[in-house]
Design a protein around this ligand. Structure first.
Ligand code: K1U
Ligand code: ZN
Length: 169
């Protein structure tokens, strides 16, 4: 078990497109286990491998109230999205302290491999649907601030760089 360092925006590595996992083996199970530990430690409800500088299609999530329903999604694929949309105030462990509204599909159906390499299909709504879409964006190299205006994004970038400079000095 290990806590993994999380990349912070505007780190350019957050824009890397993740490749599919070729084999669900012990290396991937260890990665998923370390990602879950890192996510729980950071008080997040999701984490994509991109955020820990591993550019393979692995997502972990736990949107349960008791934080006792870990989920591992490998090579996830959205097979259905609702026409209905919701607006959610999103956060991101790679953009600490920033929350803003993003509009997404209200419900999604996703096919993914689990940590045993079994193909699963899940249907999700509300926070879980938002989280899946947010994490799948990470795997495509997209950070949620890219849905915001250029003005807001510029301010966020400046704030993050200032915080990183201050942490180093
Ligand atoms: O990808 C990440 O950085 C994790 C992110 C996932 C997410 C949460 C909410 C909306 C969209 C995406 C987080 O977990 S940020 C933490 C957070 O906002 C939260 C924590 C507890 C309950 C609900 C949200
Ligand atoms: Zn995020």
């Amino acid at each position: 078990m290990a806590l993994l360092p999380i990349l912070v925006y505007p780190d350019p590595r957050l824009h890397t497109v993740a490749r599919p996992v070729q084999a669900v083996d012990d290396r991937i199970r260890q990665l998923a286990s370390d990602m879950l530990e890192t996510m729980y430690d950071s008080k997040g409800v999701g984490l994509a491998a991109t955020q820990v500088d591993v550019h393979e299609q692995v997502i972990v999530m736990d949107t349960s109230e008791e934080h006792d329903h870990p989920m591992v999604l490998i090579n996830p694929r959205i097979v259905w999205m609702s026409d209905e949309h919701i607006i959610w105030e999103e956060g991101c462990l790679s953009v600490p302290g920033i929350y803003d509204k993003v509009e997404r599909a209200a419900a999604v159906r996703v096919q993914a491999l689990d940590e045993q390499g079994q193909l699963r299909e899940i249907e999700a709504n509300e926070l879980t649907a938002v989280c899946i879409q947010h994490e799948m964006d990470h795997l495509k190299g997209k950070v949620f601030v890219e849905y915001l205006s250029m003005l807001k994004r510029g301010r966020i970038k400046t704030k993050m760089l200032k915080a990183q400079r201050e942490a180093q000095s």
